[in-house]
Design a protein around this ligand. Sequence first.
Ligand SMILES: Nc1ncnc2c1ncn2[C@@H]1O[C@H](COP(=O)(O)OP(=O)(O)O)[C@@H](O)[C@H]1O
Ligand SMILES: [Mg+2]
Length: 355
Amino acid sequence: MAKINLLVLFGGVSTEHEVSRVSAASVLSRLDPEKYNIIPVGITKAGQWFLYGGCDSDAVSEGRWETAEENLPAILSPSRGDGLLVFGKGKVAKIPVDCVFPVLHGLNGEDGTLQGLFEAAGVAYVGSGVGASSNCMDKSVTKILAGQYNILQADYILVHKSEFAKAPDDAVTAAEEKFKYPVFVKPSSSGSSVGVSKAKDREGLKSALDEAFRYDKKVLIEEAVDGQEIEVAVLGNDEPIASVPGEIVPSREFYSYEAKYIDNSSGLIIPAGIPEEASDSARKEALTVYRALGCRGLARVDFFVRRADFAVVLNEINTIPGFTSISMYPKLFEASGIKYPELLDRLIALAMSDK
Ligand SMILES: Nc1ncnc2c1ncn2[C@@H]1O[C@H](COP(=O)(O)OP(=O)(O)O)[C@@H](O)[C@H]1O
Ligand SMILES: [Mg+2]
């Protein structure tokens, strides 16, 4: 079989730039070079695209790739058939692209922006399309859509930045009328817990709102769900499959950025320590949500299992979840019998068959 020209995109203009590099280093080092011509393209934090001239995955995870001498500016052309345009000394070369693997988390990568470019370019790509990517990125939209399918979710208030700027006390008062402290405050479109806070009183809520509005024009104030945090990995297009649920045991009061990436002591337990009934309903709900939002390829669907009654409460959907070899998504499928390299093959095959 002919090798697939696979463009692997990493980095990006996102608060999750660093996380993307670590995910991409794993992907790059585990793709089978017998099956793929790997074309690694890094996007700097400033948004510049470069064909990475090296092949050192540590340099990708650590960010040193940016200074490799052989790097060349490159862009995926929206003009069909062009592929990747690579700008050398006074010359433009074209590298054909069969499939893109956007190993990008958060804004400008997981949110539909680049998926639009892939559509325009007419290339296959791993993961969800424009609409599903965008709807899953924006938690306020996810809530409305999932609500149509009677999926249980944390109750919330949506606050717009312009309204908050005019009358900051109104949002606080509305939250206090509706919820007891603590509440969670989060940018509607963020990830990796950037800008997410647990507010325990009025002062805390005000500063949490200020913090969240640094990252987005829309912010959610949510009731706190007391329970375990679980995650289900989903794989597929029209007939998706759901993994066993895994459980997160945060090293801090909640699964904050520090608990995710700094402490190195948050636990992942597979399978999650929850009753079988809760596990079954989480898998079922994960598939319902995946279909409802129109996801393709892959997604990780995150839930809480409420302490009081083991009810499964949707938290959020990640269409390009963390993808290091120790990340929850690949670990969950490994526990379900699909090893990391095979998972990559399946994702690429799903992308190619979906074009
Ligand atoms: N309503 C909630 N109740 C309890 N914990 C929450 C709630 N919302 C968020 N959290 C905590 O904050 C973390 C990050 O919030 P999340 O909505 O998943 O944002 P992100 O997209 O940044 O991961 C969650 O993993 C969880 O630990
Ligand atoms: Mg999350």
